[in-house]
Design a protein. Structure first.
Length: 161
């Protein structure tokens, strides 16, 4: 259970330490996330941005740090990372990315505020398979961030945070 964290990050991540108490749940969640990542329909940078929008909105420093680290590794600039918080006004994101990020923001609200108009805008930008990956990416990140907030998991310090 700890080998992948040690190989990838050089340490055991906060979430892995918690999930060590229930390894079958940890394995299942890792497999679900791996399935989304393996789909590969959406660019990695967009998936990073989606995860950052969700983690930022939920207020999860653990996931925000981890996804910042992953985004840095994927070549996302510090300007783009800073602009995620104000993506609607930023010229660093195209209309397709903005529609996806707005969906992530609206879907993360409790209750969800995804309107028909928003979903139509997103549908105009993404194929049906891409929409499924987009929605699943958002849902999986909501699961992770809300789990982390229950256990008050702080940053792992990966991205200097």
């Amino acid at each position: 259970m700890f080998d992948k964290d040690l190989a990838t990050y050089g340490r055991i991540m906060n979430t892995t330490g918690i999930y060590a108490y229930c390894p079958t749940i940890h394995i299942g969640l890792k497999q679900m996330a791996a399935g989304v990542n393996a789909s590969g329909l959406l660019p990695l940078r967009l998936r990073c941005f989606l995860n950052l929008v969700v983690a930022g909105k939920v207020g999860d420093p653990n996931c925000y740090d981890t996804h910042t680290y992953q985004a840095q590794g994927a070549g996302v600039s510090s300007a783009e990372l800073a602009a995620v918080k104000t993506f609607r006004e930023s010229s660093l994101f195209d209309e397709r990315e903005k529609a996806a990020l707005e969906l992530a923001d609206a879907a993360t609200n409790t209750p969800s505020t995804v309107t028909d108009e928003l979903f139509e805008r997103v549908q105009a930008q993404f194929s049906k398979p891409e929409l499924i990956e987009l929605a699943t990416t958002i849902v999986v990140e909501n699961l992770r961030t809300r789990f982390n907030r229950i256990f008050d998991l702080g940053s792992n310090g990966l991205a200097g945070g």
